[in-house]
Design a protein around this ligand. Sequence first.
Ligand SMILES: Cc1ncc(C[n+]2csc(CCOP(=O)(O)OP(=O)(O)O)c2C)c(N)n1
Length: 326
Amino acid sequence: MYSKNFLISLYKTMLKIRLCEESLVEPILKGKIKTPCHLYTGEEAIATGVCAALDKNDYIFGNHRSHGHYIAKGGNLKQLIAEIYCKETGCSRGRGGSMHVVAPEVGFLGAAPIVAGTISLAVGAALASKIRGDKRVSVSFFGDGATGEGVFYESLNFAALKKLPIIFACENNFYSTHMPLRECRFKDNIYESGIPFGVPSYKIDGNNVLEVYEATKKAVEMCRIGEGPVLLEFVTYRLRGHVGPDDNIQGLHTDIRPKEEVEEWKKKDPLEIFKTFLLKKQVLTKDEIDKMKFEIESEVKEAHLFAQKSPYPNEKELCKYVFKEN
Ligand SMILES: Cc1ncc(C[n+]2csc(CCOP(=O)(O)OP(=O)(O)O)c2C)c(N)n1
């Protein structure tokens, strides 16, 4: 049995991610936001369920689609939005933009757009935790596209060899930009990739936040007692374009996914699924949900105002914070 507060906190996080992502649509289309934005709409249950099973001190690493990971791990919303506007007050001081968000104060050690680029970094963090004996768990978030990179398999092997406390969290949304998974993978079996390395591997409904949470909780327990790594494949779907709200290529309506397929997945919207569950179980009323939505919308609006009013980095200081200085 889950406590009422816990269930509400899950829904609140999912809603916060959704409202944050959707609030970016208009400024992106108006050209006010210039950084390429890969929206997480539709995949909220994964970041939320995974991070709910982690402690603040545990580490996560993201990729190019990481606003949701940042929010779920407890990153500051104003600093996230400011970063997306490339402002000095952003979490990466405006030098990174949407794809380089970071919140080390809550264990989000970073995101990067190099597909599969952060998997080995997460392995490194897990190795450090093992050497220090600090019992921290690291999570590497990556997409199905990243499983086409060799470093994924090298990382699985090394993590298995050293029994590292790491969870490989694949967000399988079936597309790598324009490329459908079925055109680049012999079998629809990402989770089985861990099996040759002896890594416990599971396929989970990534649109069901409680299933995501349960699977991650078990994986975290295994990692804490030295039984890691674990591979979790979360099946999901993005409800927006690859980059920008509706397009694979910004400015043109070129999303190549079949309309019927997108419509089918809209029926499996993770927020709607969880909302129906919460209403049915009388955890929340419709009025309470409306109130929660209003409060988060206000918070998001405030974050946009903060970002818009903030200054851009000084041109002369563009390399400041980029390289480590003595
Ligand atoms: C090494 C590398 N190759 C290609 C690209 C271009 N690229 C950016 S995102 C992306 C697709 C990634 O798909 P996936 O990993 O499934 O994540 P999703 O966008 O579906 O969340 C590609 C190919 C890149 N950024 N890095």
